[in-house]
Every structure is written in C-alpha cells, then in structure tokens.
Write a protein that binds this ligand. Structure first.
Ligand code: ATP
Ligand code: MG
Length: 227
C-alpha cells in the first residue's frame, strides 16, 4: 500500500485518562475510510491529531513520510494550512463573517491563492449542496445543517491532500447526507485527496470500501470490502 498516514502506537492522555491508547493504523494515499465507534471512543481526538490540531502524548504520526509529531509549532501550522481540510463536528464559523467570507478565509489568510478562481469553484459546489442562496447570510441566520455545509465548503476550498471530516452529515437529513457524501467522494477522487469520515450513520459508513472502528481509544473491527 502506498501509505499516506502511519500512526505508530499513538496514545493521547488528558490527565490520567487515555482518550487514545497504543493505536496503530495505516491509511493509503487516495484511500477513503469511514471511522465509526461509540461516543467518547476517541474518534475526534484521532482526527485532531491527524490534522495537526493537537499532538500525541506518545507514539508517532507520519504523513507524507514526515513525522508530524516532531514538527515545530510553525511547521505544524504550515502542515495544517497546506495539506489539511478539516470539517469540525461542531461548526466553527466566525459569527461576524458571511458564509462566503468564512469559506474564503483560508485562501485569504494563506495569501498564495487566487481567491477569485476559488470563489468560482466554490459557487458550483455551493449550488450542488443547495446553499448558494445563503452565502451572504451570517452564521446566526443559518440553520445547523446550512452551517455544516458552509463548513464543508470551507474545508474543501483549498483542495487539501487530506480531508478530515468529523460527522459531516450530523445535522442533515438522508437526502442532504447523500449529496454531501457524494460531493466529498467526488472531490477526493478529482484531487486525489485521502478522505477520512467519522460517522455514526450506518448508511454513510456503508458507502465506504474501508471501515475502521475505534473502540475505547484503540482499534476495533476493520472491514475492507468491495462495494
Ligand atoms: N480536551 C479534553 N480534555 C479532557 N478530556 C477530553 C478532551 N477531549 C476529549 N476528551 C475525552 O476523551 C474521550 C474521547 O473524546 P472524543 O471527543 O475523541 O470522542 P468521540 O469518539 O469523538 O465521541 P463523539 O462520538 O461523542 O463525538 C472522551 O472520554 C472525552 O471526554
Ligand atoms: Mg467526536
């Protein structure tokens, strides 16, 4: 397997509590993986470590052949900006910015992107997700499901190498869930991104060729099958 992500004996402790314990996992380049497990099992913690938003207590995490756990804070910030698209379980939209301004914020901050071409791209995706007509609204004027889709558009805006999605369909009905998963699937195929989707929804998980269970901070069942 052409590994993109290798976790080797990763543990994450909060005080005396192990949110993750001795977790080893390999995920290939271009792979699309569903991650499931009961509440509190460590799924979001795992995504935070992979996204460089937090560091493991022990163990190593390699992405693109580099040990991100050894990165300086500066290099970790570059890794987040250049390689990671993160869809948060609880939406972090800036309340004073409109939907579109929130989506374009990463491009504007990085300063290395052609914001108008990104905007054009995003308008197409926004239409697919049915949120093109609310892009000028503030988050407080949006429903939870609308905020979730704005969050998704922001995460994909810079075509990340790794797309980490924490319950991306948590606030959506089954029809909109399907549209979101279709779009994430399409975008990761188009860009070659590795796609990891944390989900409680069995119908979402069943769309994935590989499914990995996180159980009490470790690895549970793993299923890989042809769809
Ligand atoms: N910053 C933190 N400080 C202390 N404990 C934490 C922290 N973050 C997570 N935990 C604990 O670690 C465990 C794993 O949390 P995590 O958020 O990864 O679970 P999860 O699998 O994503 O759950 P859910 O399905 O409910 O989102 C939980 O018991 C949680 O209380
Ligand atoms: Mg979680």
């Amino acid at each position: 397997m052409n590994e993109m992500i290798i976790l080797n004996n990763v543990s994450k402790k909060f005080g005396d509590f192990y949110a993750l314990k001795d977790l080893s996992l390999e995920i290939g380049k271009h792979e699309k993986v569903a991650i499931y497990g009961s509440s509190g099992s460590g799924k979001s913690t795992l995504l935070y470590l992979l996204g460089g938003l937090d560091r493991p207590t022990t163990g190593s995490i390699s992405c693109f052949g580099e040990s991100i756990d050894l990165y300086s804070d500066h290099d970790l910030a570059l890794y987040r900006n250049n390689s990671i698209g993160f869809i948060f379980q609880f939406h972090f939209l800036l309340g004073t910015l409109t939907g579109l301004e929130n989506i374009l914020l990463p491009a504007q901050i990085s300063g290395h992107h052609d914001v108008s071409s990104i905007k054009k791209n995003i308008m197409n995706y926004a239409q697919e997700l049915g949120v093109d007509n609310i892009l000028n609204k503030l988050p407080s004027e949006m429903s939870g499901g609308q905020q979730q889709r704005i969050n998704i558009l922001r995460a994909i805006s810079l075509k990340p190498n790794i797309l980490l999605c924490d319950e991306p369909t948590g606030n959506l009905d089954s029809n909109n869930s399907k549209i979101v998963i279709d779009l994430l699937d399409k975008i990761s195929t188009e860009t070659g991104a590795t796609l990891l989707v944390v989900t409680h929804d069995k119908s979402v998980a069943s769309r994935f060729h590989r499914r990995v269970e996180i159980l009490d901070g470790g690895l549970g069942n793993q299923v890989t099958n042809s769809l």
